[in-house]
Design a protein around this ligand. Structure first.
Ligand code: FE
Ligand code: ZN
Length: 254
């Protein structure tokens, strides 16, 4: 069970143990555990069964579900988790009221809350959807379908301006060493496009070779860091809203 072992620790005052749970075809849910108190939350449960199995295997009881946006492949497992743990707090953006079944916490940009002793901050990052949020804390950020490794989400509800601001202002205001945990394993395809956009990008070339080997070995390619993304992500590296829009349109048909 490669996905159910805590794969990382942040060596700060606050620590989150993060377990990556592969779901559906290429989705990732995450189990977060406060390193000090053992408090547990689940990020983006696409489906309930693999998440419950991972929790059971580790003997964990969650107190919260953190939803990055309302799409079914991120919240489809919420009702099943609520049947098992009816007191779960279900977090999402205020504007997703009515779109996330079971939602109990309605956030605005900048809200903070605690998982044990770890402070998590909600950042509103519209672009993929209008209610998309990231959860950041303890040196980690969960970005859903807004920032992928070497990519960004499709603009289903937002504009290129929104995506540009969400990526380059909101997310990139976090420390560069922050680790990025995104919603899908799209890294290899994203890096192939990155090299199309910037054929001379050595960081993208190197990361692609590494990512192909990891996938061939059945391992996830996550996380990256925000500094990594500055080096190879063609949407973070777009110098203007117009360039981001052009690359987003080009990638849609790549
Ligand atoms: Fe989505
Ligand atoms: Zn998704």
């Amino acid at each position: 069970m490669t996905g159910t072992r805590p794969v990382c620790n942040h060596d700060g005052m606050e620590r989150l143990d993060i377990t990556l749970v592969p779901c559906l075809r290429d989705n990732y849910a995450y189990i977060l555990r406060c390193g000090e108190t053992g408090a547990v939350a689940v990020v983006d449960p696409s489906v309930d069964v693999p998440v419950c199995d991972a929790l059971d295997e580790a003997g964990l009881t969650p107190e919260a579900v953190l939803c990055t946006h309302h799409h079914g492949d991120h919240v489809g497992g919420v009702p099943g988790l609520l049947r098992r743990w009816p007191d779960l707090a279900v977090h999402g953006h205020a504007s997703d009221r009515g779109r996330i079944r079971g939602q109990t916490v309605f956030h605005e940009d900048g809200d903070t809350f605690r998982l044990g002793t770890v402070e998590l901050r909600v950042r509103h990052i519209p672009g993929h959807t209008r209610g998309a949020v990231a959860y950041a804390g303890a040196g980690e950020v969960f970005t859903g379908d807004t920032l992928f490794q070497a990519g960004c989400g499709r603009l289903f509800e937002g504009t290129p301006e929104m995506m540009y601001r969400s990526l380059n202002e909101t997310l990139m205001s976090l420390p560069g060493e922050t680790r990025v945990w995104c919603g899908h394993e799209y890294t290899v395809a994203n890096l192939r496009y990155a090299l199309h956009a910037e054929p001379d990008n050595a960081a993208a070339r190197e990361r692609l070779a590494w990512a192909e080997a990891e996938r061939a070995a059945g391992r996830p390619t996550l996380p990256s860091t925000l500094d990594d993304e500055r080096g190879f992500n063609p949407f973070v590296r777009a110098g203007s809203v117009e360039e981001l829009a052009r690359r987003r349109a080009e990638k849609d048909v790549f």
